[in-house]
Write a protein that binds this ligand. Structure first.
Ligand code: MD3
Ligand code: FE
Length: 199
């Protein structure tokens, strides 16, 4: 069932160690086609998080703004979403439409993500599902406008968080990642996958 935090449902330890390792192997295949990039925001700041994607669309940002695109900045089509990842969506979001984007965020030591809303998608009735792999991350969730009280929770490798309903448009971010907190990735770091319906 999962634990609810401001309407987001946390499925603690949803993926066991073997499932996590198999998913990481699938993601190595994605990254071989669509390598990580550290995008630049419209204000000209380089993000600390590295990004790639799978599925019909990937989310990108550059000097022209935030948007979904059907190709990697290098011109290739995004690779398909791995079946191991789609299976998590099917299990936890059976009523939702099929995901059209699996955004892959890579957190090396020191990377973080400031508080933001996810609102570049067309249909906010569709949930967003997040999968955490590797080092633990301090996730913060707030309100429907910037500011006010927030709540924080550590996301651990194998945890899955579903943001639907009231949680879908809440401000959220990652304050920090704890180096050396998971044995999953040989050189440490954290991968976060977010599955989204875009259109
Ligand atoms: C709450 N990613 O990719 S995942 C993002 O860990 C993003 O990389 C963070 O925020 C990460 O946009 C947090 C949890 C998450 C993802 C999407 C949400 C929480 C959300 C959308 C709405 C509300
Ligand atoms: Fe987000």
């Amino acid at each position: 069932m999962g634990v609810t935090i401001r309407g987001a449902v946390l499925h603690d330890g949803w993926l066991d160690a073997a499932a996590q390792a198999a998913m990481v192997e699938d993601l190595r295949g994605v990254l071989a086609v669509a390598p990580l990039v550290r995008p630049v925001t419209p204000s000209g700041k380089r993000m600390s998080v590295g990004m790639s994607a799978a599925g019909r669309f990937g989310w990108i940002t550059d000097s022209r703004g935030y948007r979904y695109e059907e190709r990697h900045p290098n011109g290739v089509e995004w690779p398909p979403i791995p079946a191991s990842v789609l299976a998590v969506w099917e299990a936890l979001c059976p009523e939702a439409r099929a995901p059209e984007c699996c955004l892959l965020n890579w957190y090396a030591e020191g990377a973080k993500m400031g508080m933001h809303q996810d609102r570049d998608e067309a249909d906010f009735d569709q949930p967003v599902l997040s999968i955490s792999l590797g080092d633990e991350a301090l996730f913060r969730i707030g309100n429907h406008t910037r500011g006010g009280k927030t709540e924080s929770v550590w996301l651990r490798s194998g945890d899955v968080l579903v943001m639907g309903g009231d949680a879908r448009l809440r401000y959220h971010g990652i304050d920090r990642v704890k180096p050396g907190s998971s044995p999953l990735l040989p050189n440490g770091g954290r991968i976060n996958l977010t599955l989204r319906v875009v259109t």
